[in-house]
Ligand binder design. Structure first.
Ligand SMILES: [Zn+2]
Length: 498
């Protein structure tokens, strides 16, 4: 993710370091936001994916926590979500949403009770396998006590019916995330790292990926969209319901809904291929001839990354442009961009950054938040790859040098284990990207890009750790790389630029 505030800092730094108004600024450096592991290192291709992944049990997991050491409160143990079905009605006249969310999960323990994460709203009904069930709410925990204990290995469905005016949410790492209502009445969700449970009950941690179906019902003048493929559109009297299917596993914070009056889902025919449908969700003033020029390069961007990272992992891609959010977030197959970015010179580089996250962050997701550089360092390195594609290796090296100078000046902390109150600090982005540059210098281009492709493929649709990335790098280079990664990821002192 990117935040424009941070970016302003980064741009200033880049300026100091020396540069014109080129891609360096793009570096959006200090500002992105976060994204998430799992065990599953199956080999996958873009077209086949596991239904979901299996959650490894962490040592401190409990019913109230999945056991993430950076954020011990997040997530829950005792079950593994397979699928979320979110059926949402948007009522612009009252600003309310009415939602039925069904959470299908497999019990990984015998459950006399279990927790979902959920914040806000009035719950009208809660049922487990169709039987209305008692529950308690304690802060952001929804504690459910089914009539009879659920046996380990059983698949069960929790259906929660709720309504209310959705609100923003101060996430554990970033203020003011969650559900937004923009200046033109547009509705949208940006939820990293833990604001998903402010709009649907969930196991809100990257480790528990699941497939999603999201239906949005709105008056005909409004267009709603969500992650994945539009599989059904039903016109009724006074409303239209659009249903979207995300059939590849997705972590909760990447689930999104966008709804706007007069918006259109616009296909980019030039960028679309047999494998990837490229479509954007655009407000009226950005449609047709007013489509931003950089957005028309999406097909080229995907092609450049497929060459370096391997096959694009999903079946769709595109962005939605919204008002009232000074950032961008890489929601799976549908990145959300604030207008501020679209109008900024760095737009092209932020487009590239959020696209790179589809491989690193969305398909391959951290197991624990401490490894967030696997998202942000990689997506930031994607900006450098784009600069190299456009301008050649000399310019790539200039940009690397500029970013190095900016990191040195800012004295960013090392990216390997960021503090819980600064998960998205500039070190995670910029020094994370420089870590990949240092690796490339050490192993050479052929091994470097083979490492990126293997990492993207082996952990596709699942989760991974820094240790697993290092293991891939050592396997493919034949080198012992612990010292390099220690110096770049964990030592306070910035290593010399190789
Ligand atoms: Zn990012």
């Amino acid at each position: 993710m990117h935040r424009i505030v941070v970016i302003a800092v980064a741009v200033a730094l880049a300026g100091v370091a020396c540069t014109s108004n080129e891609p360096t600024e793009a570096s959006a450096p200090a500002g992105d936001q976060p994204t998430t592991t799992a065990p599953p290192a199956t080999t996958t291709t873009s077209t086949t994916s596991p239904a979901t992944t299996t959650i490894p049990e962490l040592p401190t997991a409990s019913q109230e926590s999945i056991g993430d050491p950076t954020y011990p409160g997040l997530g829950n143990a005792g079950y593994d979500v397979q699928h979320y079905d979110i059926d949402l009605v948007w009522r612009p006249e009252s600003g309310e949403i009415g939602v039925v969310t069904a959470v299908e999960a497999i019990a990984t323990d015998d459950l006399a009770e279990y927790n979902l994460d959920f914040h806000g709203f009035d719950i009208e009904r809660l049922a487990v396998d169709g039987v209305e069930t008692t529950f308690e709410r304690s802060e952001d925990e929804l504690v459910i006590r089914p009539d009879s204990s659920i046996a380990m290995g059983t698949t069960f469905t929790t259906e929660v019916t709720y309504r209310g005016v959705p609100e923003r949410y101060d996430s554990i790492a970033l203020p003011d995330m969650g559900w937004f209502s923009g200046p033109d009445g547009e509705q949208f969700v940006v939820a990293e790292p833990d604001a998903a449970h402010s709009w649907f009950p969930s196991n809100d941690h990257p480790l528990d990926k699941a497939t999603f179906t999201i239906s949005i019902t709105a008056p005909p003048a409004w267009t709603g969209a969500a992650n994945g493929e539009l599989v059904e559109e039903v016109d009724d009297i006074g409303s239209v319901t659009r249903t979207f299917s995300m059939s590849d596993p997705m972590t909760t914070y990447l689930a999104t809904v966008v709804i706007g009056e007069g918006w259109q889902i616009v296909e980019d025919e030039a960028a679309s291929t047999e494998e990837i449908a490229v479509r954007h969700v655009l407000p009226p003033d950005l449609q047709d001839a007013n489509t931003p020029a950089a957005l028309l390069r999406t097909g080229e961007m995907i092609a450049v990354f497929e060459e370096r990272f391997g096959v694009y992992p999903f079946d769709e891609y595109g962005i939605a442009v919204v008002g009232g959010f000074a950032g961008a977030l890489e929601n799976q197959t549908l990145s959300v961009f604030g207008r501020e970015f679209v109008e900024a010179p760095i737009f092209e580089y932020v487009l590239v950054h959020e696209l790179a996250h589809q491989w690193f962050g969305n398909s391959v997701t951290v197991a624990l938040w401490e490894d967030i550089w696997l998202h942000e360092g990689f997506a930031t390195y994607g900006e450098l790859i784009w600069a190299e594609h456009l301008h050649g290796n000399d310019v790539y090296r200039e940009f690397v040098a500029e970013r190095y100078a900016a990191v040195e000046l800012a004295e960013y902390p090392p990216p390997g284990d960021p503090p819980s109150d600064a998960l998205f600090n500039g070190g995670v982005y910029q020094r994370g990207a420089l870590t990949l540059h240092a690796l490339r210098q050490e192993v050479g281009d052929v091994a470097f890009f083979a490492i990126l492709r293997t990492f993207a493929t082996r952990f596709a649709y699942g989760n991974a750790t820094t240790a697993e990335f290092i293991s891939v790098a050592e396997e493919l280079s034949g080198l012992e790389l612990d010292d390099l990664f220690d110096a770049w990821l964990y030592e306070p002192e910035l290593p010399p630029l190789p």
